[in-house]
Design a protein around this ligand. Structure first.
Ligand SMILES: C[S@@+](CC[C@H](N)C(=O)[O-])C[C@H]1O[C@@H](n2cnc3c(N)ncnc32)[C@H](O)[C@@H]1O
Length: 307
């Protein structure tokens, strides 16, 4: 199954793609957004894409276009990938389409899906770090509960964590559907329209791929990487990510004010001249897009610009 990109037209519109501009797609995935950016670029335009998933990068390597280059890496390492790149100091726009792709979700052996059986892995790069199964073997009740509570916002975090620890003492949970069974048994009642394992799977995926740490790091990097007039487009899929993006925009949108009459120190001057961003727009998918692509349902696109 291919990945259907979310809010593509809006991303292209609000990135205001310049024909000879230089752009970065931090999350190549199935390449839908990257291809749409390439279509808008002229002969002197450039697009640098990244993905930490070797499968995604394999797809990207098939694009034969001198204006395009793809890197296999976490987006928090973007600067080292751009080291030898022309125009690295003149980036016109950057896109982050967070979370996982349908390619990852539908590939059962990657272990992202609570609907299909597969090894309990969930790593976006299976060569880096440890799988969810390995982590659950060595962690403790408190940590599992914390992860489910904070990254899954599940009110049954404690019950689920306890059930996982108990089950792992009997027999190690090795597959996605084994984990689903444990979760279902541990929850007293559940909404029949919402899968009981959805929140725990989201939480474990976020934790194992360090998604929140990655997001915070890239937001810090973006401010220094981009220059005045550059555009930032960020698509998030759950409230935890969106809150971080919102806070980033808010914190960087206001200039610190120095009370009248106070002597201005060097630190204060630095603070005042710090790059700031201007919030442009928050966009949600239309009903018709959601009908065509249910994955778009929870997407929120935020656009801003460097001042
Ligand atoms: C929602 S998909 C992107 C889909 C893409 N925009 C498209 O149009 O096909 C998210 C992608 O980002 C990648 N990803 C997530 N976190 C990452 C990170 N910290 N560094 C690099 N890639 C990451 C995932 O591997 C996944 O392929």
């Amino acid at each position: 199954m291919v990945h259907t990109s979310v809010l593509t037209k809006k991303v292209i519109k609000y990135l205001e793609i310049k024909k000879n501009g230089t752009y970065i797609d931090c999350t190549f995935g199935g390449g839908g957004h990257s291809r749409a950016i390439l279509k808008k670029l002229g002969i002197d335009g450039k697009l640098y894409s990244l993905d930490q998933d070797p499968q995604a990068v394999k797809i990207g390597k098939k694009i034969e276009d001198p204006r395009f280059k793809i890197f296999l890496d976490k987006f928090s390492n973007i600067e080292r990938n751009l080291q030898n790149v022309k125009n690295k100091n003149k980036i016109d726009g950057i896109l982050l389409d967070l979370g996982m792709s349908s390619l990852q979700l539908n590939s059962h052996r990657r272990g992202f899906s609570f609907m299909n059986d597969g090894p309990l892995d969930m790593r976006m790069n299976p060569k880096i770090g440890i799988s969810v199964c390995e982590w659950l073997k060595k962690t403790n009740l408190k940590e599992i509960e914390w992860v489910i509570k904070n990254f899954g916002e599940d009110k049954y975090a404690k019950k689920i964590a306890r059930a996982i620890i108990l089950q792992n003492k009997r027999k190690i949970i090795k597959s996605t559907l084994d984990l689903v069974k444990v979760i279902k048994k541990s929850i007293p009642i559940y909404d029949k329209f919402k899968h009981p394992a959805r929140r725990t799977f989201q939480a474990f995926r976020i934790y194992i791929n360090q998604e929140i740490i990655e997001l915070k790091k890239i937001l810090r990097i973006i401010i220094n990487l981009l220059s005045s007039g550059s555009r930032i487009a960020i698509i998030s899929f759950h409230s935890i990510e969106d809150r971080i993006v919102k806070k980033f925009i808010k914190n960087n949108s206001t200039h610190p004010t120095i009370p009248k009459g106070l002597p201005i120190t060097e630190i204060q001057i630095k603070k005042q001249t710090k790059k700031k961003i201007r919030f442009i727009k928050r966009i949600k998918p239309t009903i018709s897009e959601i009908q065509k692509n249910p994955r778009a349902r929870s997407a929120i696109l935020r656009i801003c610009e460097l001042r």
